[in-house]
Design a protein. Sequence first.
Length: 351
Amino acid sequence: MQNYHKKYINGEPFDKQDFIGMLSLRGEEMSKLLELAGKVRDERVGEGAYLRGLIEYSNVCRKDCLYCGIRRSNHTPRYTLTEAEVLDCARFAHENNYGSVVIQGGENQSPQHVQTIARLVREIKKLSSGRLGITLSLGEQSREVYRRWFEAGAHRYLLRIESSDRRLYRSIHPDDRLHRFETRLEALADLRAEGYQVGTGVMIGLPGQTVADLAADLLFMREVDIDMCGMGPYIESAGTPLADCPADGRLTLSERFDLALKMVAALRLSMPDINIAATTALQAIRPGGRLRALQSGANVIMPNLTPARYRENYFLYDNKPLSMDSSIPEENIRYGEWGDSKHFAARRPDC
Ligand code: SAH
């Protein structure tokens, strides 16, 4: 039995070297790791995947992240869904027995935006008689805004740390007050304090990122005691500074794909009862990519419900799939369940 398997069985926490070891596995050894994580997923959070209908609400963003296709400086047509369009997506999700929706978009702190989101959350609750769970992924906001949205009915929030290494974080963001690592950390703490199930994640295969950095990301997730995780391979987005600047020793997309699967598997062994998403970026590299993630420990998928005519404008990275993936077998989907994080329930037995 492998060392990581023994540690998992004995309930011993993994250290950085353990994670580096797991992330360095190849071939047959790598397959064993992924397979074990799939089994642990089945045992600890159940077989199959929860659904969250993804609503890409707006590509208007005040940030200028060096990797992202909807960064402020990119000349891409900007859109924001109308309230009726968002509610149509939510109604579709409800009628098709998805347990939850995710509203994701660029970072916008205008009072009007804050108010609209609060209203939409309340309306979605109303149209589904409280049945649809609501996850938000709308960037950094003040604690008061997080509170308002929570009070309106949102109960989960995704905010990726992108990289838990300050130096690497700095290298993929502009060096200014809008893009502070500390602010992002504080936002994660605020979300927790306001009562959300908190999700974070990182990009995998960034220029200059090492396996040790990714191992540190896994330690970070345990330290922050996250409830959910969405992480996927970094994929160049043409026209962004990070894609266009020459960087030696970039990993191939295929290497990033494998590394992302190993990250999912290592995280499942490290935090067996959290929710882990099989992210779209995997699918952008390889058809069936999300299914591979589900077999390697992930338990959440987020089919895109954004109206087709806007999708090409929410182009975070190249080759982002525009349509729903048909490679996920129906029987693997857990319809009609909120699919809350068991980890969250274990921490807060009253909820
Ligand atoms: N504005 C929100 C949502 C961001 S978009 C927020 O700040 O949380 C969702 C995620 O897409 C980001 O967190 C980032 O990790 C990912 N992303 C952006 N550009 C990417 C790229 N080029 N490759 C892979 N993932 C990318």
